[in-house]
Design a protein around this ligand. Structure first.
Ligand SMILES: NC(=O)c1ccc[n+]([C@@H]2O[C@H](COP(=O)([O-])OP(=O)(O)OC[C@H]3O[C@@H](n4cnc5c(N)ncnc54)[C@H](O)[C@@H]3O)[C@@H](O)[C@H]2O)c1
Length: 385
């Protein structure tokens, strides 16, 4: 017997090794069947479809959440060279904001519910005054948050107290001659007494308000990347030799007169605004305002409209100087406010004249002032109010 017979125990068939690996046969549709089974289990498919339906309704069928929302667009490339100096990372500009009195600029795509346009944060210096308070009314109505900065030299709390309960309104008693730090998107800089009676009262203070106050507000605009609008005046043309005055006319001015604290103050304020624009990239707008009238004017500010109205109310004769044929133009305050807002939202730096191109003689003005007033006084007397 050979050695091979002793080892082999005598089966002819080869036995399979018990631990050998044998792959399972491939099931061809398993990669499809598994997710389908997963979806069908525990009504997952139903929940998925319901979720899709809700999302469709949410983003497509429901109307925009804010009918008054404004369209925003990042600033164009031309502004990119200044963005590194600004602390606010992204700034926005309006476009098409004025089609229907600032109310229906949302002509583009729908804004999903919950993604409302964020109102702008706006400072209005001198916002408790005549023009400022009307501007504040419009900005609040537009949906912006407004901070009024005023030292109440000629302004009154009563002009803005109807906003006191509005969470989007704040009032700070502050003199713009002192620096102030606020995080805002836009600055309307109106703070300055406007009537000769008031600005001549303390001429040094007037020029300080115009120069140091404007410097402070421009510094703030630079620091926080806000757009800045200066309310300058037609008085920068001085005693003009050109009629009507166009913006390119440099004026006929007197640096040493009793009105110079105002006229020259505003001219310096314009210079500062342009230097901050050119040198520091601040977005500025300059409005040169012509005579304006309307509710909340100071009754005794010495200006012709308020003089006539005050005299008519006191049933005194109206004072017309000279032959009464000298002409002036007068715009209503709501038109001015519209112009200021358009200027702020537009691309035109200025200076930009804002006034009524039509002129009245003083005699005509006395007539148009007295008749409506007499009628309203008569109505008040007749109705016994
Ligand atoms: N009303 C016009 O016909 C007319 C014409 C040309 C220019 N402007 C300009 O428009 C702006 C507003 O004029 P207005 O008619 O409303 O005058 P306003 O006197 O009624 O308002 C000026 C406001 O500025 C405030 N103010 C003054 N000095 C301040 C200071 N140092 N710090 C903080 N607040 C201060 C006053 O308290 C007031 O509320 C002014 O800059 C004015 O020069 C007005």
């Amino acid at each position: 017997m050979g050695s091979s017979e002793l080892i082999f125990r005598g089966h002819d068939e080869t036995q399979p090794t018990p631990d050998a690996y044998s792959p399972k046969p491939a099931k061809p549709w398993l990669f499809v069947i598994r997710p389908v089974r997963y979806l069908l289990r525990e009504k997952r498919l139903v929940f998925f479809l319901v979720g899709m339906a809700i999302a469709t309704v949410f983003f497509t069928i429901l109307p925009s959440s804010s009918p008054h929302a404004h369209k925003y667009d990042p600033l164009p490339d031309s502004f990119s060279h200044i963005s590194h100096e600004l602390t606010t990372p992204v700034r926005y500009k309006y476009y098409e904001p004025l089609q229907v009195g600032f109310q229906s600029a949302n002509s583009g795509g729908k804004i999903p519910l919950g993604l409302k346009r964020k109102g702008l944060r706006i400072v209005v210096t001198g916002g408790a005054g005549f023009v400022g308070s009307h501007l504040v009314d419009r900005l609040i109505a537009r949906g912006d948050s407004v901070i009024v900065v005023d030292n109440f030299f000629t302004g009154r709390k009563e002009n803005v107290m109807h906003h006191f309960k509005n969470p989007r309104f704040e009032l700070i008693r502050h003199d713009v001659v002192e620096p102030l730090l606020l995080e805002v998107d836009q600055i309307y800089h109106l703070a300055c007494p406007a009537s000769p009676v008031h600005y001549k009262h303390n001429p040094v203070k007037t020029i300080k308000t115009n120069v140091v106050g404007t410097l402070n507000m421009l510094g703030l605009a630079k620091r926080v990347g806000a757009r800045f609008l200066l309310t300058s005046t037609s008085e920068v043309y001085g005693d003009p030799l050109q009629h009507p005055q166009v913006e390119t006319y440099w004026g006929n001015v007197n640096p040493i007169g009793v009105r110079s604290c105002y006229d020259e103050g505003k001219r310096t304020a314009e210079t500062l605004a342009m230097d901050y624009h050119r040198g520091a990239g601040v977005e500025v707008r300059i409005a040169r305002i012509f005579n304006t009238y309307g509710p909340r004017m100071c009754i005794d500010d010495g200006r012709v409209v308020s003089n006539f109205v005050a005299q008519a109310l006191r049933k005194e004769p109206m004072t017309v100087y000279g032959d009464g044929k000298q002409t002036r133009s007068f715009q209503f305050v709501s038109d001015l406010v519209e112009g200021l807002m358009r200027l702020m939202e537009g691309e035109h730096v200025g200076p930009f004249n804002l006034g009524n191109p039509g002129e009245f003689t003083m005699l005509e003005l006395a007539q148009v002032s007295v008749f409506p007033l007499m009628i309203s006084l008569l109505l008040v007397q007749v109705s016994g109010l």
